[in-house]
Write a protein of this length. Structure first.
Ligand code: FES
Length: 120
């Protein structure tokens, strides 16, 4: 089985994802890339002019965190929420409540350039 970093569907650095304005502030947006039968799922969080990317796979069961919408943040916007079984993560991806407490989301490097979000 391929590791996350070996997933052929994962976009290389330098791929444009969206404009900053397309992500709610604060909020998140999912991205999906396919290469034949392989899928790469990632999401980007925005807080003002700061963007942070993660692989969209919960360390508990590997499910995407917000499979039906882009609601990655809790209502108070202080944590990332996994819809699967309710795990809560700090905004830097550390699980602090739930079945994967002590584990972390996998970073997906992204950057902001001229009002657009790119893979880094
Ligand atoms: S899959 Fe995320 S908490 Fe279970």
């Amino acid at each position: 089985m391929l590791g996350v970093s070996e997933n052929p569907a994962r976009p290389a650095a330098g791929v444009r994802l969206c404009t900053l304005a397309e992500i709610a502030d604060p909020g998140g947006k999912s991205f999906r890339f396919r290469a034949e039968a392989k899928l790469f799922a990632g999401f980007v969080l925005r807080r003002g002019d700061t963007v942070t990317g993660f692989v969209d796979s919960c360390p508990h069961a590997g499910w995407p965190l917000a499979p039906f919408d882009d609601r990655y943040l809790t209502r108070d916007q202080r944590h990332i929420l996994c819809a699967g079984h309710g795990a809560l993560f700090t905004l830097d991806g550390q699980c602090v409540v739930g079945p994967c407490e002590g584990e972390a989301l996998t970073p997906w490097p992204v950057e902001l350039r001229g009002g657009e979000v790119w893979t880094a």
